[in-house]
Design a protein around this ligand. Structure first.
Ligand SMILES: NC(=O)c1ccc[n+]([C@@H]2O[C@H](COP(=O)([O-])OP(=O)(O)OC[C@H]3O[C@@H](n4cnc5c(N)ncnc54)[C@H](O)[C@@H]3O)[C@@H](O)[C@H]2O)c1
Ligand SMILES: [Zn+2]
Length: 689
């Protein structure tokens, strides 16, 4: 390949990765690979400037703007940062700074490089008026309603030092705990898991429905202040003031006298950063004084007074000994790598995720291979590659099972899904066990005193087949049950193993009393919890609440048509289909009847709306955005109280779209296309008479 061809190829490839990364929140390659390719292109372009293409990613900020949000122009461009993985490059950067400042004294501020999405917030007279993404650096997406959902971001600040107009910038992120919580919930309802916190944050900020955004608790660390007025002399002063004004500034920054100090900061945070509540991928050093920053200036893509140092992902290599196939509550089969224990980022790793059959094929991994495992922001490390140089010829191919490893049922693969499934929902032991665990969790029937091996024992002794059987358990059934679970190996820090302690589960009188009273109390759990506890695919607890709001009781829900189900707010066609199929099965209906007979709540506190007038009779409505005088619930109530009907989407059947602040552009566009009249909040109020 000639240099010219390689330049063209890299340009195309990197532009594609950028598009996927910024537009679709997908990483097709890891960052290290991306950065290596970008460095290769930069070097080639330097050698052969004549072959540089006009759309080269080396001179432009990687993102773009989207059609779904209004476009805003940045008052000050939002640039990228030069980055490096090597300490020599940092020393070189420091030399350039020294030269650029003509021998004057200077200091650095070091900060962690938070792995999220760059955000810019504008304040006018102390009030947050706009929040935007970086976009292409010149223009970004106006995502103000989504940014307002960040609880730690002050909507108004008070101080006599603030200029009338200023901007703050920071990194929007999804805290790791929140990422794990969302994935646990997604696993519960059989949704594909979010790949990593960074892409999840990026995808969330781009959602149209800010109520959905609010349910994911995004956060933001501020790291920059911009204004036409000269408010501060140094970056340090601005960080201190931002904190005082009530902004969320991570207290991990440090002033460093020279590049040696910077190196100390880097090595200190290399592993300490894993204790932070969010993912970080390096550190950023910035020249502290603003006048010196101005003196050093900018390239087309990044400041000359700052650079990012990125940590290589923590990786280790070890042997893949075996794969176990785990069956989850929904029957999805997940392959888990069993590894020779190896130390990685301070913990011993002996299992790693392989995701699914596609991933095994993509990696081309075989049993006995030496594999690389990496720890990113996530808790479970993953296998990221095979060390082909270590192949001996003794490796064996991985034969993906065609039958459920737990019950022998042939596995199937549903259309467009990466996982294979065992369809033996009722009989497959791990699925049955998981079904019980789902049922007893706090957000469902709240019988958590049955956790930790107790359910397992009840199933094993044949005392319960389905969760409905829990309601027939008696003191005599339970008292004295006992089982010892054999010891499992404990792997020590250095990788050596020691036998753990055996564990005994015992049902003494006190335990039995606790369990029986928790079972009794569960009969008071609200109807929405019961709907969630049924364990219907895709029905998480928020969806369960929406369903209960709509139907109010189990009979209306059971007998609802597919069309009615699809019309429930927040219930899309996929959830509707799942509900419809579930209630269509006699066995499930019988299960519901048994729960009803046991005394569980089968009707909810549907907000009964008293009819006020028939001013809206025969008219259909939908709303988008937020309103001055009504909450979401109140506007729905008003529509119902005046005889109107709420629709779930824009269609030809819709008579009015009520448009509030931060209205979803997709709904507005569709309404325009279909010529559906759009009315303001005031016009709606006027219609009520
Ligand atoms: N895997 C992929 O497919 C893919 C594709 C495109 C980009 N990427 C990754 O993204 C990088 C390019 O992204 P980029 O242009 O946003 O550059 P960058 O992420 O390397 O650096 C700039 C960004 O760092 C963030 N940042 C975090 N903490 C900061 C702090 N304390 N101070 C200042 N800024 C801070 C800001 O959002 C800023 O915009 C690439 O180097 C690559 O690693 C990956
Ligand atoms: Zn099975």
């Amino acid at each position: 390949m000639t240099p010219q061809q390689r330049i063209a190829e890299l340009t195309r490839q990197l532009n594609h990765y950028n598009y996927q990364y910024y537009q679709n929140s997908i990483s097709e390659v890891d960052d290290f690979t991306f950065d290596k390719l970008l460095t290769e292109l930069t070097d080639l372009e330097r050698q052969y400037p004549e072959f540089r293409l006009p759309d080269s990613p080396t001179a432009r900020v990687g993102g773009t703007i989207s059609k779904e949000f209004p476009t805003v122009y940045h008052r000050f461009p939002m640039l990228s940062l030069g980055n490096t993985y090597s300490e020599e490059d940092l020393v070189e950067f420091d030399n350039r700074v020294r030269k650029g400042l003509d021998g004057a004294d200077y200091e650095y501020i070091c900060e962690l490089k938070f792995d999220g999405v760059a955000l810019s917030m504008t304040y006018e007279n102390g009030v947050l008026v706009q929040g935007a993404t970086r976009g292409d650096g010149v223009r970004g997406d106006d995502i103000t309603p989504n940014i307002r959902t960040i609880r730690t971001l002050p909507l108004r600040i008070q101080s006599d030092k603030i200029p009338a107009l200023f901007e703050v910038r920071g990194e929007g992120f999804l805290p790791l705990a929140e990422f794990e919580r969302i994935n646990k919930e997604r696993e519960d309802i059989g949704e594909p898991l979010l790949a990593n916190p960074r892409n999840a944050a990026s995808g969330t900020f781009k959602q149209q429905d800010s109520a959905a955004v609010a349910r994911r608790r995004l956060d933001c660390y501020l790291y920059s202040f911009l204004s036409e007025e000269d408010v501060f002399k140094t970056h340090e002063e601005s960080l201190i003031a931002l904190k005082q004004w009530g902004f969320n500034v991570s207290q991990t920054w440090r002033k460093c006298a020279d590049i040696k100090d910077v190196m100390i900061y880097i090595s200190e945070w290399e592993t300490k950063r894993f204790d932070l509540p969010l993912g970080t991928d390096g550190i950023v050093l910035k020249v502290n004084r603003y006048d010196q920053q101005r003196e050093l200036g900018y390239t087309a893509k990044s400041p000359r007074w700052a650079i990012a140092f990125k940590y290589k992902a923590l990786a280790a290599s070890t042997t893949l000994n075996d794969i176990t196939y785990q069956v989850g509550r929904t029957g999805a089969v997940t392959p888990v790598a069993r590894l020779t224990p190896v130390l990685l980022a301070g913990t011993v790793v002996k299992r790693a995720s392989l995701h699914n059959a596609n991933e095994i094929a993509r990696l081309g991994v075989m049993l006995g291979d030496t594999v690389f495992v990496e720890k990113g922001g996530e808790i479970i490390p993953k296998v990221t590659g095979v060390d082909l140089a270590k192949r001996t010829g003794q490796e064996r191919p991985i034969i993906y099972p065609t039958e459920c490893p737990a019950c022998g049922t042939p596995l199937i693969r549903r259309e467009a899904e990466a996982h294979f499934y065992c369809t033996n929902e009722k009989g497959c032991p791990p699925q049955r066990q998981a079904r019980f665990e789902h049922f007893i969790q706090r957000r469902a029937m709240n019988i958590e005193s049955l956790g930790e091996g107790k359910i397992e024992l009840l199933i094993e002794r044949g005392l319960v087949q389905t969760p409905a059987d829990l309601y027939s358990l008696t003191n005599d059934n339970l008292l004295g049950l006992e089982k010892t679970y054999p010891a499992t190996l404990i792997v020590r820090e250095d990788g050596s193993e020691e036998p753990g302690k055996a564990r005994t589960v015992k049902f003494g009188q006190k335990t039995v009393d606790n369990i029986l009273s928790a079972i009794e109390r569960s009969k008071q759990q609200p109807f929405a919890s019961v709907v969630f506890a049924l364990g219907i695919r895709y029905v998480g607890n928020t969806t369960a609440e929406r369903i209960v709001d709509y139907f109010g009781n189990i009979d209306d829900l059971t007998n609802a048509s597919l069309e009615t189900l699809a019309g429930v707010p927040d219930v899309g066609p996929r959830i509707a289909q799942s509900l419809f199929e579930w209630f269509g099965q006699d066995e499930n209906r019988a299960y519901v009847e048994r729960l009803r007979a046991a005394g569980l709540q089968m009707a909810g506190e549907r907000r009964v709306v008293e009819a006020v007038s028939d001013a809206l009779a025969g008219k259909t409505f939908l709303y988008t955005g937020t309103f001055q005088n009504y909450s979401r619930e109140q506007i729905e109530e008003q529509i119902a109280a005046h005889g109107g009907k709420l629709l779930s989407g824009v269609s030809k059947k819709l008579n009015y779209l009520i448009v509030g602040e931060g209205a979803g552009p997709s709904k507005v566009n569709k309404a325009q296309q279909l010529n559906v009249p759009m009315i303001s909040e005031d016009e709606f109020t006027a219609m009520l008479g």
